[in-house]
Unconditional design. Structure first.
Length: 200
C-alpha cells in the first residue's frame, strides 16, 4: 500500500427503505409514506458512487496525528487510531443529482424534500460502508470505523488537508467552499485506521 491517490466507482447495496425512513425521522412506516418514498426512489436515478483514496503511514505523538503529507491535533483521533501504523484517507460522493431534487422539492413539496434528504444520507452511508468493506477484503486488513473532520475534537479545517492530498475536485468533482461545506452535499471525507495487515 502507498500514498498514490486512486479513484473507484462502486456499486453500492440496494436502497434500505427502513434506514431511509429512520433518517427522515419516520418512526412508523405507513402506506402513504412508503408510497411517497417509492416515488422518490424512482425519480432519484442520477446517483454517482465515486470514491478517491490513498493509504499513508501514520503515527502519533501525544495528540499529534501525522499522516505523512499532513497532520492534525486531536486526542479523540489519536485514541481512535491507537495501534495503527497505516491510515486510509478517502472522500466519497453520490453526486449533485440529489441536491437538485432537494432544492426543487423544497419549494413545492417539503415532504418529498425531506425524503430526498434522507435518501441521499442513506446512499452516502451505504457507499462509505461498501467501500471500506471491499477495501478491507481486497487488502486483507482490519479497519477501524471511519472518523471525519468535525467529529469529536478533530477540527473541521482538516477538510482542507484531505482535499489537498486527494485532489477531490479533479478526482471525483467534489469541492469545498470557504465555509468548509462540500458540494455535492451528500459527500463524506474520512480517515480510517488500518489495524492489521494480514498475510496473504
Amino acid at each position: 500500500m502507498n500514498s498514490t491517490v486512486l479513484k473507484e466507482t462502486l456499486i453500492p447495496p440496494p436502497i434500505d427503505r427502513r434506514e431511509t425512513l429512520i433518517y427522515a425521522g419516520c418512526r412508523t412506516r405507513d402506506e402513504s409514506t412508503a408510497a411517497l418514498l417509492d416515488m422518490c426512489i424512482e425519480e432519484a436515478n442520477e446517483f454517482k458512487y465515486d470514491v478517491c483514496f490513498c493509504t499513508t503511514d501514520f503515527f502519533t505523538e501525544g495528540s499529534l496525528c501525522s499522516f505523512g503529507n499532513f497532520s492534525a491535533v486531536s486526542k479523540d483521533l489519536a485514541a481512535h487510531m491507537d495501534g495503527c501504523k497505516k491510515a486510509l484517507v478517502f472522500a466519497a460522493t453520490v453526486g449533485i443529482g440529489i441536491d437538485r431534487l432537494i432544492a426543487k422539492y423544497s419549494r413545492i413539496s417539503p415532504a418529498k424534500a425531506l425524503l430526498f434528504q434522507a435518501l441521499g444520507t442513506e446512499r452516502i452511508e451505504a457507499l462509505c460502508d461498501t467501500f471500506c468493506s471491499e477495501f478491507a477484503k481486497e487488502n486483507g486488513v482490519l479497519l477501524t470505523p471511519r472518523f471525519s473532520p468535525g467529529y469529536g475534537d478533530l477540527a473541521i479545517e482538516v477538510q482542507k488537508d484531505i482535499f489537498a492530498v486527494l485532489d477531490c475536485p479533479k478526482k471525483i468533482g467534489l469541492t469545498l467552499n470557504e465555509s468548509l461545506l462540500m458540494s455535492p452535499s451528500k459527500s463524506v471525507t474520512a480517515i480510517v485506521g488500518i489495524k492489521k495487515e494480514c498475510s496473504k
